[in-house]
Design a protein around this ligand. Sequence first.
Ligand code: GAL
Length: 409
Amino acid sequence: MKTLSKLMAVSALVSASAVGAAELEVTHWWTSGGEAAAVAELAKAFNATEHDWVDGAIAGSGGVARPIIISRIIGGEPMGATQLNHGRQAEEMIEAGLLLDITDVAEANGWADIINPPKLLDACTVDGRIYCAPVNIHSAQWIWLSHEAFAKAGVPVPANWDEFTASADALRAADVVPLAMGQQAWQTELAFGALAVALLDQTTWSAVNIDKDAAVAAGAEYTRVFKAFDDARKLAVGSNVNDWNQATNLVITGQAGGQIHGDWAQGEFQVAGQVAGEDYTCLPGLGFTEVLDTGGDAFYFPVQDDADVEAAQKELAALLVSPEVQVAFNLKKGSLPIRGDIDLSSANDCMQKGLKILAAGNVLPGGNISFTQDTLNQMGDLMTAFWNDHSITVADVQAKYASIIENAD
Ligand code: GAL
């Protein structure tokens, strides 16, 4: 990987000689095995043009990378392109004029007719102008189950969350931690969100997650979700890992029964050579409600004031949405493509399940679309406090959650 100073020296050279080719430093937080394999597909495609991809991977997940990325852009040290989650994370930078308007690319490539579901493009749009290229749909409502772990415990692989909790004693007796969970706040928050989608009907879910109705958040339906979350924290005792992919690795190696996690976990199973349906099982909606959220990733292009760089940025934007890149990238990433007109017949069992749910239109907006990052951080902190401190009761956590919803913008 080239250093930033080298990059700056090279881009100065490129613009001085006006050769048209540019180096773009591209920041992202895709550093696990599966993620790195996926982002390498993007780099390969961009390097096949006259331009160069300078990889700016930032370790530590979105919670670490996002503030670094944003402060560089705001602080006048913009990269050529950056991953963010599509939704509200870039709102303020767009308003400040720091991100490139790529409406011309979107129009020239017919994105309005191609991108599916259309709300992915809406998430890139501010005042009718488009500022990002969505690259995938990631959903969080999955549990990933280790066949090896359940074989050790001598019980069948569960078909839903209730069967999973019922198998916990057998797993413990076989020295298997029932639920793998990393320590970062967003991971516990993700598990809470997945339980909410799995256990609630859509009207109740939407009342809180779209309409921000605090009374419903404080009500009996949500108490059920918090009770399940209480079960989950007990099932995860003994899962002493930090990063999400370390938690996935506990499942891959049969040390844990399952992990509630996003579909990017698929990339890890794939890199480990595991086969969906043989070595592991994935249950969307935790085996209950086959609904997925349509969160995911998009690339933004900080304004650089350099015509060559801008041309390269626009070329990259178009490339990311192209059919070839969509197939190559998403097959490795474990995510679903953002266009419905491409052939994904080689996708594994789990991706096929996701594609079916998407085709049936059983989708919800992702949390990054409904809530600001500030609200999400507050929720993450609350869920982590509850997760780690078993003296906090279900009633306490639910009351605090309802007050976050009440104040959410
Ligand atoms: C999410 C991102 C995914 C995946 C995950 C874990 O924010 O959308 O692509 O990378 O973080 O790193």
